[in-house]
Each structure stands twice: as C-alpha cells, then as structure tokens.
Design a binder for this molecule. Structure first.
Ligand SMILES: Cc1cc2nc3c(=O)[nH]c(=O)nc-3n(C[C@H](O)[C@H](O)[C@H](O)COP(=O)(O)OP(=O)(O)OC[C@H]3O[C@@H](n4cnc5c(N)ncnc54)[C@H](O)[C@@H]3O)c2cc1C
Length: 308
C-alpha cells in the first residue's frame, strides 16, 4: 500500500524535527520517520546529556572555589549513578513531549526506518510505502571508528554517557569539539585527562581563541599532545596503553576515541536513486543544501557540513 504526503522526513533529530514542524505549519502533509527515540543525537547522545555533565562540572569547580573563599563546605565527588538517573528522567520526558507536539502539529510520526524505493518513494521496514514530491534526508551522523589494533578497548562519545564513575586516568584521541569538551568536563569531574590531537586543537576555528583555550586547558592540568598519530591500543597490567608514532604513552584506565563523525547514509539506498555521496557518505549538495542529479549544477556542489 502506498500513502501520499507532501513531505517525507527521514530522521527525527534536531534537523528532521525542525523541518517537519515548519512544513506542517505551512499546511504540508508531513510524514516523519525514525526508529529511535525522538530528538536524535542532540537529545540522547550529544548536546543535552553533555550539558548536564557541563552543569555537574561547573558545580564541582564551584565547590572548590566556595571553599577557597571561606565557605565551610567540603568539596565532594559526584554520585554518578544518581546523576545518570536524574538526567535520564529529564531526557525520557523530551521524547514524550516531542511526540505530543508532533501530534498537535498534525505530523504523522512513524517509528520506523525508511529507505528509498525510488526518487519519490520511501519504503518502511514493514513493507509499507510512502510517496512525496519532497524527501528530506536528516539521518544525522555517528562516531567514526578506526581500523587499528585494539580500537575496541576504547569508548566512543556515546559511551561516556553510560559511565558509572569517572575514569581515574583517561586519554582522549582527537582534537575536535567533542574531544575538547569532554576533556574539560572529565578533568573538572576528577579525571586526569590527556588529549592526543592529530594536528592542533579545533582545526578550522579562530586560531587566537584556540591558543587561549589550549593555555587554559593546560592550566587546568589537562595534558595536550599535538601532532599525535595513534597506531594501536593494547591492554597490559597497568591499563590501556596507546602506541603513538612518536612515543609509547603511559597506561590509562580509559580511552575515548573522538576522531570525527560519519553520516548515516549507507542504508538509505541512495545510489539506486541517483543520489551522489562522497567517499565518507556525505550527500553532495549545493549552497542551499539541495541534491542535484549527477551533472546538474556540479560547480555549486560542496560537502555537507556534518555537525552531528
Ligand atoms: C557529544 C556531542 C555533543 C554535542 N554538543 C552540541 C552542543 O552543545 N550544541 C550543538 O549545537 N550541537 C552539539 N552537538 C551536535 C548535535 O548533536 C548535532 O548537530 C545534531 O544532533 C544533528 O542533528 P541531525 O538532525 O542532523 O541528526 P541526528 O540528531 O543524529 O538525528 C538523526 C536521526 O535520524 C534517525 N535515522 C537514522 N537513519 C534513519 C532512517 N533510515 N530512517 C529514519 N530515521 C533514521 C536516527 O535514529 C536519528 O534519530 C553535539 C554532538 C555530540 C556527538
């Protein structure tokens, strides 16, 4: 059976939800598809749980400051179990509230993954088909993994939110915003953190700001090693040890791989409907983020910025 809409949105993360709400407000018949909880990376594995950790980190620092200026309170550690419980309660409620708002907006929410059956048709897991003149791909990104020995010994950013206690010593591999943010958070919450960055921190950001940030991070006690090239990870009696091209690092209790994010486009059936992607799976789009079939407006194509 094929159902017809004006717009189908694949993915109910920040991008897909905003698109669906806006289109519905303009009177479009919208179908929004997602097999996972509403809100995507930002709500469940990104901004929101990260900001919760950020608040905790601020309170940890404020405790020390309070004592330094004469308060009688003693800085104490965070009860991560309790903290995770409170955070989960808040996040679960976001899914329920989005579902309610989508219903009020008249968006048809379908809790299944979709893939292209043809240029204007999406097929669901249960075999149903939806048709629309416009289809938006908002399937986000996931943490990139590397083919190197011992990679499985480390965590990805998603795993940080499942930690039940801060690692005593942690190495973060990567120099992007995920690496830098977690470095500050974990150090403030009691871990001894070192960052191994490929080139410099926050490549592409304003250099003066990055230099100031790097100085500040070092003052906080975070070890920063630039121009690192991690080749392998292995476990020995002391913990997890990373082999860098230039040095064998001291063992640590945990490793966080923060080596970039890759788009979730592999299972969408894009090639079959003539949608071009680059070698990492980014859909090639023009300056207005529209895909053009091969050959059309090739000059305006640029890589889609994947922030997720
Ligand atoms: C650790 C971390 C911290 C971050 N902190 C911030 C921050 O502080 N501020 C900020 O602005 N940004 C932050 N970001 C980035 C932000 O999370 C992303 O930019 C944002 O979530 C991207 O939204 P999206 O809609 O493109 O994709 P996503 O949020 O990833 O949503 C994609 C959705 O598509 C669904 N999906 C996948 N395949 C299919 C399919 N075939 N059919 C249907 N649905 C599908 C997925 O289940 C998912 O729900 C952070 C990211 C991370 C990882």
């Amino acid at each position: 059976m094929t159902t017809t809409h004006d717009l189908i949105v694949l993915g109910a993360g920040s991008g897909g939800l905003a698109t669906a709400f806006r289109a519905a407000r303009h009177g479009a018949r919208v179908a929004l598809l997602d097999p996972a909880a509403l809100g995507g990376t930002c709500v469940h594995r990104g901004c929101v749980p990260k900001k919760a950790l950020w608040f905790a980190a601020q309170w940890a620092q404020a405790q020390h400051l309070a004592k330094a200026v004469g308060f009688a309170s003693q800085p104490g550690p965070l009860d991560w179990e309790r903290f995770n419980e409170v955070r989960a309660g808040y996040i679960d409620d976001i899914d329920r509230r989005y579902a309610q708002r989508l219903q009020q907006a008249g968006v048809e929410l379908i809790r299944q993954a979709g893939r292209f059956a043809s240029a204007d048709t999406v097929e669901l897991g249960d075999g149903r088909r939806l048709q629309a003149a416009q289809i938006v791909i908002a399937t986000g990104a996931r943490p990139r993994t590397l083919e190197l020995p011992g990679f499985e010994l480390g965590m990805l950013s998603d795993d940080v939110f499942a930690l039940r206690a801060p690692p005593r010593r942690v190495t973060i591999v990567g120099g992007g915003y995920v690496a830098v943010e977690f470095a500050g958070l974990l150090q403030a919450l009691g871990s001894q953190v070192e960052v191994l960055a490929h080139e410099r921190l926050l490549e592409g950001f304003d250099e003066e700001l990055v230099d100031a940030l790097e100085r500040h991070m070092r003052q906080q006690g975070i070890g920063i090693h630039l121009h690192s090239e991690v080749r392998a990870a292995h476990r020995d009696a002391g913990g997890i040890r990373l082999d860098d091209a230039s040095a064998s690092r001291e063992p640590v209790d945990a490793v966080l791989w923060a080596v970039g994010r890759v788009p979730c486009t592999a299972t969408l059936g894009l090639a079959a409907v003539g949608v071009d992607t680059d070698e990492r799976g980014h859909v090639k789009v023009d300056a207005r983020r529209r895909h053009h079939p091969e050959g059309a407006d090739a000059g305006g194509c640029r890589r889609r910025a994947t922030t997720g």
